[in-house]
Design a protein around this ligand. Structure first.
Ligand SMILES: Nc1ncnc2c1ncn2[C@@H]1O[C@H](COP(=O)(O)OP(=O)(O)O)[C@@H](O)[C@H]1O
Ligand SMILES: [Mg+2]
Length: 303
């Protein structure tokens, strides 16, 4: 995805239209339950283990960050959760907020299970901001007036008021990622999956978007699984940080951040607090072990 245009399935993932093979029966306090998850790719006939047994419970309404060395399987994990890839072994269960009614099974207007935000700008160049944000709703057959009514507050929440009629070529990179964020929230998915959504942005834009993401998330309390290279970003955003080992990806440790930094959270306050350095040090110590001997990876984590 990062080096090419999105595939049709990836496009469907923006809109929450991919039916992941997830069992809707995890206990309510657990939004996503992962058991014995493994993924093996075949590369030129040789097996490559990307994930080597992940057991994990992500809580309802949790902001869950995943950090780990490049190639440890973070994107693979997210793609499996999104239904874009299938696991080699293991089981994923997601609890539905509202059970799908038996009388209304699988209609196109059904609330999507997930929506994915990718690193690269994945908005349609020929659609204005409003229609990009409304893409998933349109795909689910929601009439025009209704979908415009739904998207309007999200366009505003991501700071694009006044740009609803603008086309993507008129927007900066940061504004395009705002469109992706608004689209994902407007879809009202049960879980939001984000794969390094701000990695390609400059530092200032990243800070502003982190702040806005925290604010929107605090209003909606969606369950988010957020992959990032940046320890800094993980600390600022997350309730818990899962640190993964180098490939094949395993869970190295899960660090509780919600205990340390209360909500609502201000990025500046978190970064200037004495505990920040302490949490950073703990995560970095875990990651450092994994990237030693891979100097090309060292820099990307401390950015
Ligand atoms: N479609 C694929 N086919 C073969 N190998 C893949 C494929 N996707 C990912 N991999 C391999 O799986 C491993 C994990 O990749 P990925 O999940 O993209 O890592 P990360 O997102 O943590 O950088 C890497 O070694 C990568 O080369
Ligand atoms: Mg990745």
């Amino acid at each position: 995805m990062s080096d090419s245009k999105p595939s049709a399935r990836e496009t469907a993932a923006f809109a929450g239209l991919v039916k992941a093979d997830l069992r809707p029966d995890a206990p309510a306090a657990t939004k996503i339950g992962v058991r014995g998850l493994r993924k093996r790719f075949a590369v030129k006939g040789r097996p490559v283990d990307a994930l080597a047994g992940i057991d994990l419970d992500i809580r309802t309404g949790e902001f869950f960050c995943v950090v780990g060395p490049s190639g440890c399987g973070k994107t693979t994990l997210l793609r499996i959760l999104a239904g874009l890839d299938t696991q080699t072994a293991g089981d994923i269960r997601v609890s539905r907020d509202q059970p799908v009614q038996a009388s209304n099974p699988q209609t196109s207007a059904e609330r999507p299970l997930n929506a994915m935000i990718f690193q690269e700008q994945s908005i349609f160049p020929w659609m204005n901001v409003r229609d990009n944000v409304a893409f998933g709703l349109k795909a689910r057959g929601i009439p025009r007036n209704e979908r415009y009514r739904i998207v309007e507050p999200y366009v505003r929440k991501v700071g694009l008021e006044g740009f609803a009629d603008a086309l993507p070529h008129q927007l900066s990179g940061g504004m395009k990622q705002r469109v992706s964020i608004a689209r994902a929230f407007a879809n009202d998915p049960e879980i939001l999956l984000m794969d390094e959504p701000f990695a390609a942005l400059d530092e200032q834009t990243k800070l502003i978007l982190q702040t806005e993401l925290i604010r929107i998330w605090e209003e909606t309390r969606k369950t988010v699984v957020y992959v990032t290279h940046s320890i800094d970003e993980a600390i600022v955003l997350s309730d818990r940080i899962m640190v993964m080992s180098a490939r094949p990806g395993r869970i190295k440790e899960i660090i509780d951040v919600a205990d340390v930094f209360a909500r609502p959270r201000l990025v500046e306050t978190v970064k200037s607090s004495p505990q920040y350095g302490e949490v950073f040090g703990r995560v970095w110590a875990l990651l450092r072990d994994e990237v030693v001997g891979r100097p090309e990876q060292l820099l990307s984590h401390v950015r």
